[in-house]
Design a protein around this ligand. Sequence first.
Ligand code: MCN
Length: 785
Amino acid sequence: MAQAKKYVGTSLPRKEDARFITGTGSYVADMALPGMAYAAFLRSPYAHAKVKKVDVTAAKELPGIVGVFTGADLKDDVGPIPTAWLIPDADLKTPPYPAVAVDRVRYAGDAVAVVVAEDPYVARDALDLIDVDYEPLPVVVDQEEALRKGAPQLHDEAPGNLAFKWVLEGGDVDKVFQEAEVVEEQRMVNQRLQPSAMEPRAAVAQWDAGEERLTLWVTSQNPHIHRLLLSIVLGVPEQKLRVISPDVGGGFGSKIPVYPWEAAVSYLARRLGRPVKWVESRTENYQATIHGRDHVQYVQLAAKKDGTILGIKIKAIANMGAYVSTAAPGIPTILFGFIVSGAYAMKASRAEVHGVFTNTTPTDAYRGAGRPEASYALERMVDILAGKLGMDPAEIRRKNFIPKDAFPYQVCTGLTYDSGNYQEALEKALKMLDYGKFREEQAKAREEGRLLGIGFSTYVEMCGLAPSPVCTALGFQGGLWGSSTIRVHPTGKASVYTGAHPHGQGEETTFAQIAADELSIPVEDIEIIHGDTDMTPMGMGTYGSRTTPVEGGSIALSARKVVEKARKIAAHLLEAREEDMVFEEGKFSVKGAPDRAKTIQEVAFAAYMATSLPEGVEPILEATTFYDPENFVFPFGTHICQVEVDPETGEVEIQRYVAVDDCGTIINPQIVEGQVHGGVLQGLAQALWEEARYDKDGNLLTSSFLEYMMPTALESPTIETDKTVTPSPHNPAGLKGVGETGTIAASQAVVNAVVDALEPYGVVHLDMPLTPEKVWGAIHGQGTG
Ligand code: MCN
């Protein structure tokens, strides 16, 4: 049946939720293959040690053991894990990152041996029987200490533990700082976080000896990237490697990297001639899945006395952990340094980033990835400046915004922002909160000894990672385009094959909405297929809030190609001219003769039968697009947090949280709201609760949910959302991403609010997380900035 309804813009319930909430999803851990064996990794309890001997004799004797392997057993066949983001002009060092350590471990969690057994419990039991002779070495956990003379050295290839030094300067920053009337400075710590996806990592590998083909089921955000990198690591030709990532229970960036243990499992399946499965525990996940953030920043903001911001300088010391993870170098550099000027029309900026090796878990992309660190530093400084000048924090932002009629606008870092209307988002949020009334209440409360505070965050995000010429010039080892194939079947139903791999975001619904509108086919007749390298076009996966603008953009373009082909066929069938065809409500009709019409489904059948097609037109309604956008997209918004701080306990209560976000044309308002909620909660969690902590010996103290303070629904405040809509002018459907906006915006809104509440105590800055103890200390004159 022809379809008239417009889906884009409607809150269609998520198609994928039916299987997720009824327990009928299929995850890697659910997989069972005939003859499958189970792997477990022995992980070093030392953060830094020489491995003198690994004795596996006793472990091998345990009944049910298939094999026990050390680094020495693997090193000739499993290459080091490559780095996929080789940032230029930074003297980047990428020392070998082996699957299993051979003679030295560099963080507590580095693998020293792998056991394969008939069942997973035997595999774990056998780990206790492996005798490793370690010679402990001095440990360094803190990145600033690691840079000091005499600090323990991690890699011979990286003297002084320096992984890279990267600088981005825009405008004449020295001149701007000389001319400034006010310069504010602050040291800030953007603490280390532990991604906590519902599903930890898992892999099942199967070797087909006859075909010499490897199939790997793995929890990946980007199966094609896994395939490419693993083909290099394992020496298996790319066409002989199939990577399937079925349902994935969240990733938040942590399932972008290719992990050494996925390579080890793949190799062992081939060596042992039977499928091998590995599923990590939560503690293993916290120890050996990447961590995020971990910056120490020295920030300076230059301004005039009237509040005009002139420039920003940030020196960031980024903790890379023990090895360089897959995308790690790009996170604290490209995704950070280019966005330090935020929503403001300042003249100059300088970001200087030192990437540092320490005896900690490697860091990589975690929701927001570089952009929360930039946005936090800038938005904290804007409030510090406002405080210094006695200006209202909303007013200082208004004064410095890039004006709405100035887009496309080239900011001092060199980026050209596509579109924006920062004023509108701010005014809307102020109205929702009733800002004037709040300030009155705050003054009254202070008289009563109550501490109310309000914090602003007016952020801009750079997302939709693409275009390829820009990203590859910035060192990314692959084009960043979107891909899709749309196939309309003889029955008029359609399959959409995408290079993206959503893992909780909802694109099985929103991509169907895009395709349904473009093709005028009912949404329930459209299936989104993703996550299998043998089925989908080469694709770059889901991260960097790129899926909707880039992969979704590609779907819109493929659908338009299909419609154009269908138009030709319809004209032929109706014996009319192509230019006289009108495509409306799922029907091609002849202009002025609406009864002479063919539905798109009829055309699809005719294209399949191919009885009579116009000259030069091939059978089947099908089209593929590799879409390389001309620019990033730049979502933005204003978040405002209102808090009350208990002066007796230091506890922070979030009274209101208002989020006005702009992600261009919205496909599904409810999904967007859900993304904002989840993202904001992750940002709030960083502000108030979450922190990865190590002791001085490099033991991870937060290695389970007991110690790592991930919030639950109970801690989540009500998040009041609204939107403005400023489409991206260069995107085929006006789309910008939204998957990270909440996280990029939230932390600084909370910290700004708490510092505002503590203004009577002269507090200028507090580092996250704002635990009651820290806040109480600030009230009592300890540790204020
Ligand atoms: N959307 C929309 N209209 C827009 C923009 C987006 O309806 N204008 C919808 C999308 O179609 C999609 C969702 O919002 O259903 C998020 O889309 P997008 O902004 O393109 O983000 P991605 O799909 O690329 O997801 C990546 C982003 C990132 S980088 C992290 S980290 C993150 C996040 O999304 N990880 C998540 N959200 C997550 N949500 C879940 N449930 N699990 C994760 O691991």
